[in-house]
Ligand binder design. Structure first.
Ligand code: GLU
Length: 326
């Protein structure tokens, strides 16, 4: 009996020692949540990949990360504003409008607390139509059954502006559905809609699903109204969806697009954002291998392009340490 209590005491002492020298105490753990998008899109993979890098070293820095599926860019901005999300992936056009309080964000006013962290992959506005719908170009969408996107999504925000420029309202479509990104491919193959719209990196699971379950084509998005948008707003650029990524779509398709940006807000602790960017850039090759849309990312463009809001202090601290900024 005596011997037993001696070994119990020794074991306790060893445990105490171990926790004092190795990991962060449970009470000091910080949990962060990153807003993403639908599960068949690329934002979900961005969030999961960032978290995977962060959680590799949670024992050292105490940050634990999770990245649930959300409604997309606008839902992510609203989630950060309400404090439910610490960081999020947001289209560069939505990012700009939220920061400056424009368009759909006019009623909320400018959100000066938004902070840039880095920029990710390009996201062309992608229109996919059933072959049997007769839709061959963007103007053909008029009068058809079109999924214009759920209100929390980036594509819906972009489409509201495009529709305005085209002089269209929802009543110009036979049906203007508002399905979530993850639901639209099934709606297309079930013939509930003629076309779906997704502002998204390529290749992605959603368009893979649409093009393998039904004969569908990626439709060009061109014309004077689109030219006008690209010349008026610096966050819109001409873009090409390469041929050969999806079944039945062997040729390049012209459209316009934005960039996916990774953002946070001033209320998030500097150390947390510092550890997050450090985890990504210190495992950069590993990170880039997690999705084909990340393949062409470079540190240089990630920390310079499309960053409308000021850099978060934690990101700036890491980029300075690396000598990437002054
Ligand atoms: N761009 C879309 C949005 O803002 C999401 C794309 C994705 O999930 O990859 O809602």
């Amino acid at each position: 009996m005596k011997k037993l209590s001696f070994s119990a005491a020794a074991a306790t002492a060893t445990l105490l020692c171990a926790s004092a020298f190795s990991s962060v105490a449970a009470a000091d753990q910080k949990f962060i949540t990153i807003g993403t998008g639908g599960q068949t899109g690329v934002y979900y993979v961005v969030g999961q990949s960032v978290c995977r890098m962060v959680n590799r070293n949670s024992d050292d820095h105490g940050v634990r990360c999770n990245a649930p599926s959300t409604g997309g860019s606008v839902a992510n901005v609203n989630g950060m504003k309400s404090g439910e999300l610490d960081m999020g992936v947001v289209q560069s056009d939505v990012h700009y409008r939220a920061y400056n309080g424009q368009a759909n964000f006019e009623a909320d006013g400018a959100w000066g607390d938004m902070r840039s962290v880095f920029t990710m992959h390009g996201e062309p506005l992608t229109v996919i139509a059933r072959m049997d719908s007769g839709i061959e170009n963007f103007a053909d969408l008029k009068g058809k059954r079109v999924n214009i996107g759920n209100p929390g999504s980036g594509q819906r925000n972009t489409m509201d502006l495009v529709m305005d420029r085209m002089g269209w309202t929802v009543s110009d479509f036979a049906l203007a559905s508002q399905l979530d990104a993850a639901e639209q491919s099934a709606a297309l193959s079930d013939n509930n809609i003629d076309a779906m719209i997704y502002v998204v990196g390529h290749p992605n699971g959603s368009i893979q699903e649409a093009t393998t379950t039904v004969d569908a084509r990626i439709v060009p998005v061109t014309g004077p109204e689109i030219d006008g948008l690209v010349s008026e707003f610096s966050y819109y650029t001409r873009s090409v969806i390469p041929g050969g990524l999806y079944r039945g779509n062997d040729n390049d398709v012209e459209t316009f697009g934005v960039a996916a940006t990774f953002v946070s807000h001033a209320g998030v602790d500097e150390e947390i954002v510092y550890q997050t960017v450090k985890a990504v850039f210190e495992n950069f090759d590993r990170f880039k291998r997690l999705h084909p849309a990340f393949e062409n990312l470079t540190e240089e463009t990630m920390i310079s392009d499309g960053l409308t809001a000021p850099l978060h202090d934690g990101a700036a601290r890491y980029y300075k340490e690396r000598g990437w900024i002054q």
